[in-house]
Design a protein around this ligand. Structure first.
Ligand code: ATP
Ligand code: ATP
Ligand code: MG
Ligand code: MG
Lengths: 265, 265
């Protein structure tokens, strides 16, 4: 049974791509088969692993043709693979504007031909548009990378509202796994205030039946660490770039915590 | 004569909103009349100044009705005003998908009824879609906030290509003023490498006639400074929040450098 995770937050620059790449690589290092899907027209997840995105099939073709995802997947290691994005994804919203069921094209392809992986992680663009809706329609769980700043917190309501709409109308199994705090700087007052707000929010949420009533703030926090910003320019995960740095420790902890949360296989 | 500036970069979280808010406030503090336009469905620029975005006219109405921008502008100080955004902007791309000239609706409204301001700064969402195209079609100049990281540098080619297309097809006067380095951490090797790459890029660009052949990397750099992330939660510009911090000094310098670049009035 494949578990599909949408890594999303419409706020820009909060660590979505960095988390998809390194949480994915961390899970794969623990021996579980992981496929990463890049559906952001910026192609940053593809770039992170130095996978060429021009002149070869991509998730754009999956959504437009449509075609099965496995035809665009590239192996990275024995347990890690990647379906690259394309800049052409930027035009999808207009291209499919009048096509019924346009938000379920990814799910249709994954249902028709399931990928030979245990986990699929989808890196979303910074918006709540058609591409992110396709990821939410196809996902079992949502992981929300969040920088503990004012703006990053502000958008959470809108984000959860979108998740709720998708859960009610097209994907009843969708639920929020939790929030991953990224670029965390323990010494700032702002970060600690935001964390308290978030924890209180999810505590309260336990009382009502929503897609996030079981969600939490992951205990594994990803600290700000320049090596996480350096590793993509070498085409490497943080583990291959510098296995002893804080970034590698934090994402390794997160991978373990994530796997512990999964129902026993 | 009004000068209109699009503050844009499709990479998320690079300092677009922070720059629009504080560069705008800095120019206004020097006695020049500035109007800030928020066209991001996240409404972060509106939020930055604590301007309510539900239940009142916004840039969404300007683009959809359409209606003159002046009808949605709210005064903040004697020399600073703001046209708020709305979450409804998120649906614009689909709503106007088959409307000819949909990228020029903002420009039409600004041309029909020019705002009583010397400078207009437009905060764009993290994408190259219809909202950003409206800003580019209406703008005289582009300012590109950029975090000196690998991903932020990667998207520059795509960004400039989009500017070039807009300049060729719908707005011949459009040119790139320059790149503002945001969240700059002098001590990191990565930042210094990226700066050298950027400077070399713009040096070379002087040789060909492009919309960015006169562009430069602004000498005023905005250092990483947590107060810049704190001030929006108080609804204040950095100058009103903490006039003595690095963030205020950096944006004051930037405002002066920006004004020096403008042709003598
Ligand atoms: N923990 C961290 N410490 C330092 N830098 C980080 C960290 N996490 C991410 N970064 C860097 O911060 C920037 C933003 O991260 P990233 O690109 O992963 O965010 P994103 O949410 O995917 O952005 P977008 O909204 O554009 O897709 C990148 O340059 C990345 O290298
Ligand atoms: N120089 C700085 N030092 C510290 N924090 C900063 C600085 N500039 C911006 N920030 C913070 O970093 C985050 C990203 O900045 P901002 O929201 O302005 O970027 P943006 O490009 O507008 O993002 P988006 O792509 O989501 O619109 C915000 O939380 C902001 O408060
Ligand atoms: Mg990303
Ligand atoms: Mg912004």
């Amino acid at each position: 049974d494949v578990k599909t995770i949408a890594v999303m937050n419409q706020k820009g620059g909060v660590g979505k791509t960095t988390t998809t790449a390194n949480l994915g690589a961390g899970i794969a290092m623990l021996g579980r088969a992981v496929c990463l899907l890049d559906i952001d027209p910026q192609c940053h997840l593809s770039l992170h692993f130095n996978v060429e995105t021009a002149d070869s099939p991509s998730t754009y073709d999956v959504l437009v043709e449509p075609m099965p995802v496995e035809r665009v997947v590239r192996p990275l290691t024995d347990t890690l693979s990647l379906a690259p994005a394309s800049v052409d994804l930027a035009g999808l919203e207009t291209q499919l504007a009048s096509v019924p069921g346009r938000e379920q094209r990814l799910r249709q392809q994954l249902d028709a031909a399931p990928l030979p992986a245990e986990f699929i992680l989808i890196d979303c663009p910074p918006s709540l548009g058609l591409l992110t809706l396709n990821a939410l329609a196809a996902a079992d769980e949502v992981i929300i990378p969040l920088q503990p700043h004012f703006f990053a917190l502000q958008g959470l309501g809108q984000l959860l509202q979108t998740v709720s709409l998708v859960q009610e109308r097209i994907n009843p199994r969708l639920r929020v796994a939790g929030v991953v705090l990224c670029m965390f700087e323990r010494i700032t007052r702002l970060a600690n205030e935001v964390v308290l707000d978030l924890q209180a929010f999810f505590e309260d949420a336990r009382l009502h039946a929503t897609p996030w009533s079981g969600a939490k703030v992951f205990e594994s926090v990803v600290r700000r660490n320049i090596k996480l910003a350096e590793c993509p320019s070498h085409g490497l995960s943080i583990f291959d770039y510098d296995a002893t740095c804080n970034g590698a420790k934090d994402y390794a902890d997160l991978a373990e915590e994530f796997l512990e949360m999964q129902a026993p296989v």
